[in-house]
Design a protein around this ligand. Structure first.
Ligand code: FES
Ligand code: FES
Length: 164
């Protein structure tokens, strides 16, 4: 067993893992942060996306030991302490961007990453960026609209968003 320590949603977390333990297993099974989903386990669906040092990563594609010393943000770490949703979460709600919700944590985490890297992304760019995220319910239109509108809020091009 290997001792691993990382910061998860602002709190230092330590655990004992096997060398083969995936980051997503550490988050879900050891820390009980089950908002990060597993849809495929083979790097295809994007349900497991978290932020590692601020960048979107598929946590089924990374070993827990590779996250040693890194800062991880999961879907549980986005809302404010008083429950106010992150602008990306609020935009998903406002734009009807989820149905069953299984893909949603990964979509939200990826959406924030897109907004950060590509603040002027148009619809085609957002769709291209979402090629590693599979949604089987929504048809994607609401998701694309949510990311576009939250990106405007996050990049200061629009005041507050409809959650104000
Ligand atoms: S569970 Fe990681 S990409 Fe599908
Ligand atoms: S909302 Fe069901 S898979 Fe996307």
């Amino acid at each position: 067993m290997i001792n691993v320590t990382m910061t998860v949603n602002g709190r230092e977390m330590t655990g004992e893992v096997e060398a083969r333990t995936l980051l997503v297993q550490f988050l879900r099974d050891h820390l009980r942060l089950t908002g990060t989903h597993v849809g495929c386990d083979t790097t295809q669906c994007g349900c497991c996306i978290v932020h590692v040092d601020g960048k979107a990563m598929k946590s089924c594609t990374m070993l827990a030991v590779q996250a040693q010393g890194k800062a991880i943000t999961t879907i549980e770490g986005l809302a404010a302490k008083d429950g106010t949703l992150h602008p990306m979460q609020q935009a998903f709600r406002d734009n009807h961007a989820l149905q069953c919700g299984y893909c949603t944590p990964g979509m939200v985490m990826m959406g924030i990453d897109i907004a950060r890297r590509l603040p002027d992304a148009d619809e085609a760019t957002i769709r291209h960026q979402l090629e590693g995220n599979i949604c089987r319910c929504t048809g994607y239109q609401g998701i694309v609209e949510a990311i576009k509108s939250a990106s405007a809020v996050l990049n200061g091009k629009q005041e507050g968003g409809s959650h104000a």
